[in-house]
Ligand binder design. Structure first.
Ligand code: C2E
Ligand code: CA
Ligand code: CA
Length: 891
């Protein structure tokens, strides 16, 4: 073989040789350039010698080559070097030597020419057939002529997979081989160009005759199949061919290209390794074609084409919270990978349907970013109008599409070709993305369209994610109903202010009787009231004021001042607005507690203090209330009690005190009332007025009632066990006992535990209880009577007296309230008192008078026929052991 052939072939059209060397035999087993397979039997030494001794290589390159070859044969890793080769005309040629072992015996070596400055983009750098741009030019030139021609796309089947499985170098070889074969076939009868990774475009001057075209296609198919049979044993190479005829199928580049693209697509759908000559009926309409693409979005094409770039984009977008940078980085990657000139990502403001944000990327050739800034609504609509049913706009050559509504825009933006997508996520249009070419046309290949379509979807999802996050943040910081800050946001903002100023006030608002109003007027009206307050805040706003809705009808307002007149004007404004601007005038009123910071409290304490002040006023007439430290101490004290109450129950801190009931005629102690004292932590004695109302509020009173009842049983047990005469002891039932059956079961089982005769126990039902439900109370009385207890009515005359109801209830005893009894000078009260006395006797009930403090009053009571009394005149409530010693033992 002529050694010069190596170099000569390099310099030939394709400038690329591939050599497979068998290491065992130290022979070159295959050697082929893009033109021919040359089976040759030369030894490696000869081959290497030939290279390193050629005078055309300069010294430096020779050294490099020697080193390259010695490493190349001994190492398993891929190698690559560049060496300079000097041509006869003294111009220089840069050659790349690249190789690796692909199995134990064989090594692969590719020698290729590296693009130098002399070569421009007329030829494809790898295959040396025409470049995409030159091909467009050629087609456009041919279109000026009447001579018919056929345009074909040849797409190598599963090229990406092939590339992945056998390595890029094999991929390169395939491309070179295919290009070479096509070139040979076309010869002088047309042009071949590589227009994309694995896509070739062929212009063939043949007749517009179906038979002729069919024949050409099958020949080309064979030529390609031959490559696989012949040169590359590992893989079989096939291609799918789509073609259209000029002038039959179209007289411009855009139409023709669209048709071959469609034909190609049909071929792929048919299963590849075939050719499709465009046929209007078979290939269908454009929209159909694209919906087919859409349906097959999961097809192998997408999976294998540009899979890496798609996953890279997704990875970059979700890298961290630096959204803008991530978007830019991903656009940069896409732009570079797909060799684009410009990308613009428009993010829409969904509520207002305008553009919120534009992210741009552009290559060095681009004409600049300012051109792609769309800023008004009209522009968006123009875009929308140009999208097809897939939400896509694809233009290969803007200049030849003057009829498009968007033409002028694109022309002004210096866009020469464009692919654009609507960004949709969950049926919501969240934006647009456009991929522009700025100076050249672009055949958007199916693979690239798929990939960019998938990438667009990634952006849509990403934008949607950010939108959701913004929405979520809004929900985090704003109250849904009134759209003002919520408590969390308010607290965070006020916290910062509080750190810088000590002179501030916190106002804590609520609506008087809001729960009740909700029941009466419904939530719609009440929501309106809340919104009215929020509006009021906006109107009365003064510098530095921060307001929020805390929950329900509660609002908080921070004012950086201790100026009471300002505070009052804010309150008055809001109260007045609420009172007058609603449909229900004079129904809704504001209550407000204010804390003016004095003690340099932390914020939560200031809020607590304003809240304590808020709970002070009982009607709106005294609606504005300032915090006082007494209130605070009281509240603190209550909290302390509440924290300890359960423990106190177990520690027996609730002591039994007994107050005697006396028969005034005989002076005899005929019974006692059980009253509680709290020996708090066994340190100080607390009277019921401090803890009973609290327990009534928090429900703990129920527990306490059982405890007192049990203490009474224990006491009676002691009396009985000591053989003393037992007396009747009365126990209070709290008016907050609601479930009477539970109550009765519980006390009766306690009584049984201590084996106490029920007639020794009297239960006091307070007057307030039976106004609500007479029937229920009379049932309770019946049940208690049935079990053998005595029942008395407590606090009669304290305010709820319902004399008629009294007749329906079978009390054993009526206890006249101490308030009822005091003023003996008031004639009217005397009349009422004697009337009650008569009524009670009529109903066969005993009457006891509570709170008797004076002899004088006692005498009066005697005179009207009341003979049982309880009061300080005889004794105070005293500890049970004193009571035992004083009254029981004696008897
Ligand atoms: P109450 O049931 O009306 O109890 C009578 C109250 O009048 C007792 O107050 C008693 O000390 C007081 N008192 C008795 N004689 C006089 C007097 O001559 N002058 C004056 N000014 N007051 C007199 P206490 O013990 O402070 O209890 C207050 C209230 O707390 C009781 O009113 C009762 O409603 C409630 N309470 C006390 N212990 C218990 C209990 O164990 N269970 C329940 N549910 N409530 C209790
Ligand atoms: Ca009582
Ligand atoms: Ca009472």
């Amino acid at each position: 073989m002529n050694h010069n052939n190596f170099i000569n072939n390099l310099l030939y059209l394709y400038n690329n040789v591939t050599i497979i060397i068998n290491l065992k035999e130290k022979k070159i087993s295959h050697y082929y350039d893009s033109n021919n397979l040359i089976d040759s039997n030369i030894s490696i030494d000869e081959f290497v010698f030939d290279f390193s001794n050629r005078n055309e290589f300069n010294l430096d390159s020779k050294n490099k080559l020697t080193r390259f070859f010695s490493n190349f044969f001994s190492s398993n890793d891929p190698f690559s070097i560049n060496a300079t080769y000097i041509l006869k005309d003294e111009s220089k040629l840069l050659l790349n030597f690249k190789g690796y072992k692909y199995d134990n015996d064989d090594v692969l070596l590719v020698i290729s020419r590296i693009e130098d400055n002399i070569t421009n983009s007329t030829y494809d750098y790898l295959t040396k057939v025409l470049s995409r741009e030159s091909m467009v030019k050629k087609v456009n030139e041919a279109l000026l002529d009447v001579k018919p021609f056929t345009l074909m796309i040849i797409d190598i089947d599963y090229f990406k997979q092939f590339n992945d499985s056998y390595g890029h170098m094999y991929g390169d070889i395939v491309l070179v081989e295919v290009a070479s074969a096509l070139k040979k076939y076309v010869s002088n009868n047309g042009y071949v160009g590589r227009i994309g990774g694995d896509e070739f475009l062929l212009l063939l001057y043949i007749d517009n005759d179906y038979e002729v075209v069919h024949d050409a296609c099958s020949k080309i198919k064979k030529v390609i199949n031959n490559i696989s049979n012949h040169n590359i044993k590992k893989a079989s190479i096939t291609a799918t061919i789509g073609c259209a005829l000029y002038p039959n199928d179209g007289n411009n580049y855009y139409t023709l290209f669209k048709k071959i693209d469609k034909a190609l697509y049909r071929g792929k759908r048919k299963g590849r390794n075939c050719f499709i000559i465009y046929d209007e009926e078979k290939c269908g309409k454009i929209s159909d074609e694209f919906s087919e693409i859409n349906n097959n979005i999961d097809s192998k094409d997408v999976k294998y084409s540009n899979f890496n770039i798609i996953s890279a984009v997704s990875e970059i977008l979700n890298k961290d919270n630096n959204y803008n940078k991530n978007i830019y980085d991903s656009l940069d990657l896409i732009g570079t990978y797909f060799v684009l000139d410009r990308i613009a990502l428009y993010v829409l403001n969904i509520d207002e349907d305008n553009i919120k944000q534009i992210h741009c990327w552009c290559s060095n050739n681009s004409t600049g970013l300012d051109k792609v800034i769309l800023n008004d609504k009209e522009n968006i609509d123009v875009w929308r109008d140009n999208l097809d049913s897939l939400g896509m706009l694809k233009i290969v050559q803007v200049e030849s599409n003057k009829h498009l509504t968007i033409y002028n825009d694109l022309h002004n933006q210096q866009t020469s070709a464009i692919l654009a997508f609507e960004l949709k996520c969950r049926d919501e249009n969240v934006g647009f993305i456009r991929f522009d070419m700025c100076s050249i046309n672009r055949f958007w290949q199916t693979n690239d369209i798929y990939s960019l379509m998938v990438i667009s979807k990634l952006y849509a999802i990403f934008i949607n994610k950010i939108n959701e996050q913004i929405k979520h943040n809004k929900e985090l910081y704003y109250d849904r109903l009134t759209s003002i800050y919520n408590y969390i946001r308010w607290r965070d903002l006020v916290q910062i202010e509080v750190e810088n100023t000590s002179s501030y006030s916190v106002m804590y608002f609520d609506i008087e009787g809001f729960k009740h109003l909700n029941d009466i007027y419904g939530s719609k009206v009440c929501d309106e009231a809340l919104i009215t307050i929020a509006e009021g805040f906006k109107e009365v706003f003064t510098t530095g004021m921060i307001y929020s809705r805390v929950a329900d009808d509660k609002f908080l307002c921070f004012i950086p001042t201790d100026d009471k007149s300002l505070i009052e004007s804010v309150y008055n404004y809001l109260e007045n607005k609420l009172r007058t601007s609603m449909n229900y005038k004079d129904t809704f009123h504001l209550i407000c507690g204010v804390y003016i910071n004095k003690d340099n409290d932390i914020l939560t304490t200031s809020i607590d203090k304003a809240n304590i002040a808020r709970k002070q006023p009982t009607t709106y007439k005294e609606g504005l209330c300032y915090f006082s430290s007494e209130q605070y101490e009281e509240k603190k004290f209550k909290t302390e009690l509440e924290l300890h109450m359960f423990e106190a129950l177990d520690n027996n801190e609730f002591l039994l005190y007994l107050q005697p009931k006396v028969n005034i005629k005989t002076g005899e102690v005929i019974g006692a009332e059980a009253l509680t004292r709290w020996n708090f932590k066994h340190e100080n004695l607390i009277t019921p007025n401090l803890f009973i109302p609290l327990f009534e509020q928090n429900g703990f009173i129920k527990e306490l009632d059982y405890k007192v009842f049990e203490n009474v049983c224990i006491f009676l047990r002691k009396v009985i066990d000591n053989n003393n005469n037992p007396i009747i002891i009365s126990v209070n039932i709290s008016r907050y006992q609601k479930d009477f059956d539970t109550y009765i079961n519980k006390i009766d089982s306690i009584r049984k535990d201590y084996n106490i005769p029920p007639e020794l126990i009297e239960l006091e039902i307070t007057e307030g209880m039976y106004v609500s439900d007479v029937k229920e109370i009379s049932n309770l009385i019946k049940k208690l009577h049935y079990l053998g207890y005595r029942v008395s009515m407590d606090d009669f005359g304290s305010g709820y007296s319902n004399l008629a109801a009294l007749a329906d209830m079978d009390f054993d005893l009526i206890k006249l309230d101490k308030g009822f009894c005091v003023n003996t000078k008031n004639e009217k009260e005397k009349i009422i008192l004697s009337f009650v006395m008569e009524l009670a006797h009529e109903l066969d009930m005993d009457v006891l008078c509570e709170g008797v403090e004076t002899k004088e009053f006692m005498e009066y009571l005697k005179s009207i026929g009341c003979n049982i009394v309880q009061g300080y005149l005889f004794d105070k409530p005293i500890p049970e052991e004193h009571f035992y010693d004083k009254y029981i033992k004696k008897i």
